[in-house]
Design a protein around this ligand. Sequence first.
Ligand SMILES: C[C@@H](O)[C@H](N)C(=O)O
Ligand SMILES: C[C@@H](O)[C@H](N)C(=O)O
Lengths: 166, 166
Amino acid sequence: EEIVVEGVTLKEDLAVIALNGVSNQAGLAARIFAVLGQNHILVDDIVQNIYDEGKLANISFSTNASDAPAAQNLCQQLARDMGFDGVSIDKGVSKISAIGVGMRTHTGAASTMFDALAKAEINIKNISTSEIVISCIVSNVDGARALRSIHDAFGLDKIEPRSNQI
Amino acid sequence: EEIVVEGVTLKEDLAVIALNGVSNQAGLAARIFAVLGQNHILVDDIVQNIYDEGKLANISFSTNASDAPAAQNLCQQLARDMGFDGVSIDKGVSKISAIGVGMRTHTGAASTMFDALAKAEINIKNISTSEIVISCIVSNVDGARALRSIHDAFGLDKIEPRSNQI
Ligand SMILES: C[C@@H](O)[C@H](N)C(=O)O
Ligand SMILES: C[C@@H](O)[C@H](N)C(=O)O
């Protein structure tokens, strides 16, 4: 089906915090994000995968660089209280997003985007999608180059290099 | 900041396939999704987390129930060719999405959504977001109840129980 990617955006100077080995039981994500919300941590995107035959989960979220230390401390406290493995932090990252209308199945758009990054030898750290967005977390140093590569791969004329409009 | 969730949708009869222990090196996501694309697998959402000090990645994607067996076979072949740990599949799942405009930071909306599911004792298997969507994967048996709980939690008047419009 036709890939209808209309724009690419870059959001720089983020950090990704990962909570590893969270027990896959109802109510735990609610507790974690209630604590972050009460402490006014800005959460950008959230991704969660399950593993170990569905017993455990890894939850990551992106936040801006300035909120990252407070967010990390809160999550480390939660790790102690809730008994999960631990918290890791990836600083100095950017989020690159391809935005399209009618991207109801992602396979074509995802292949094109990931292939553009692969050819540019840019490593993809996290991926999160919705029906109209495919977002990849990359290192800050790769951001501008990722933006150009993906923009070219989708044959777009205009770049919105740092747009908050979506 | 104000939570502006405008609708909740439910997409049923999906499967989530997880590729575990993929080496966190440039080019691998591109290869995986190129193979899926060439084989016409419908990919709905994609999530990727990294772990083990950034050395490894878990990548999951949702597909419809009918594409799941073919997708699983392809991924098992990729696991052998690319040497990652393995492939797991979670069948009989649904995706529930809260959609909002101006949900620029997710913390408030995410807390409300996860809390609604927690109170309904519904387990959240996967999470994926973009600026305007928060999606949770739950079991098919929990889908309708999840929809009602989240709809109520956000004080919405209309439900779009099975909508593909976003
Ligand atoms: C891991 C966490 O998301 C858990 N499954 C929950 O529902 O809260
Ligand atoms: C794991 C996979 O996403 C890898 N990091 C890549 O860039 O392709």
